[in-house]
Design a protein around this ligand. Structure first.
Ligand code: HSE
Length: 312
């Protein structure tokens, strides 16, 4: 059967780090999402249009979806190009994987037009080129859940990409996105380059504890392990309201949480929907008092990542 010429994909927001797992843990949200539309052309190359107001670059080498698609095209022997239209539903600089969503959505869309010849792992490797355009670093902790869905652990990026898809626990996520921008590059510049061994021990104990808690659905363990001793203290000064938002969310019953990716969004994990709604409202009230506009997102961990919603 001939493959259709165009496809539309929804590529969801993601939460990188998940507390203590800097650059390695990530989970997938149900919303918001970017919409990526691809049309196949026989003319090699890419043309990119953004149907949103963010004034993002459309030069394929400087666009996150473009860089990811160029990586994919390098693996395709036949002459091929794409016309790309992107509608960003995830604000850039939000901390919920905006650049990863566009890059992941683009390669998932291209793969659908190529009869799904590439594996998830191969697509993650290609989409990471987009992440490098956005932040200067090829980290995969947003890309992996944006493509695989659920909860992911990036065990290694080099020399060989090694991603573990973990069965997602039945948790609900509350996110507050205060409407100011934190650039990932700047949030990485404030990080320490060395870590005292005693602190590293506490941190990897928490990463192990968190993964074990996710696998065994041990909510008390998840709660205890959701503490980041290394990255969050360095970034806290970039995030007014973080301490108060966490405190209010914990009082509302959240298990714990922290900075989503490099911020400014803050996430909390919760046992059920009602608690997640209460935690989100509690975090929102902190920004309300500070006079900072915010958006709230509440939903389960999404089992599916970027997905085809239409083939025309
Ligand atoms: N792990 C990355 C960081 C995610 O925290 O810098 C960026 O969204």
């Amino acid at each position: 059967m001939p493959l259709p010429p165009s496809v539309t994909v929804h590529a969801p927001a993601t939460i990188a780090n998940v507390g203590c797992g800097f650059d390695v843990l990530g989970l997938c949200l149900t919303a918001p999402y970017d919409t990526v539309h691809l049309r196949r052309t026989d003319r090699p190359g890419l043309s990119i249009r953004h149907l949103d107001d963010y004034d993002l670059p459309t030069d394929p080498n400087r666009n996150v979806a473009g860089a990811a698609l160029l990586a994919l095209l390098r693996e395709v022997p036949e002459p091929l190009g794409f016309e790309v239209e992107i509608t960003k539903g995830i604000r850039p600089g939000s901390g919920i994987g905006s650049s990863a969503a566009s890059a992941a959505g683009a390669v998932v869309a291209a793969n659908a037009l190529l009869g799904n010849r590439f594996s998830h792992k191969e697509l993650i490797g290609m989409a990471m080129y987009g992440e490098a355009v956005a932040s200067g670093v090829q980290h995969a902790d947003n890309i992996a859940p944006a493509i695989c869905g659920g909860l992911t652990l990036v065990r290694a990026v080099l020399p060989v990409l090694d991603v573990v898809a973990l069965p997602p626990p039945p948790l609900w996520v509350a996110v507050v996105h205060p409407q100011f921008e934190v650039r990932t590059q700047e949030a990485r510049a404030v990080l320490p380059t060395t870590v005292p061994l005693a602190l590293a021990v506490r941190q990897w104990a928490n990463v192990g504890g968190l993964v074990a808690g996710f696998l065994t659905h041990d909510y008390e363990l998840i709660s205890r392990a959701l503490e980041d001793y290394i990255v969050e203290p360095a970034r806290a000064s970039l995030l007014p309201g973080l301490g108060a938002a966490r405190q209010r969310a914990l009082e509302a019953g959240a298990l714990g949480g922290g900075i989503s990716g490099s911020g400014p969004s803050i996430f909390m994990l919760n046992k059920d929907e009602a608690t997640a709604l209460a935690a989100a409202a509690a975090m929102g009230s902190v920004y309300e008092k500070m006079g900072i506009e915010y958006h709230l997102h509440v939903g389960p961990i999404a089992a599916q990542g970027a997905r085809v919603v239409a083939m025309e």
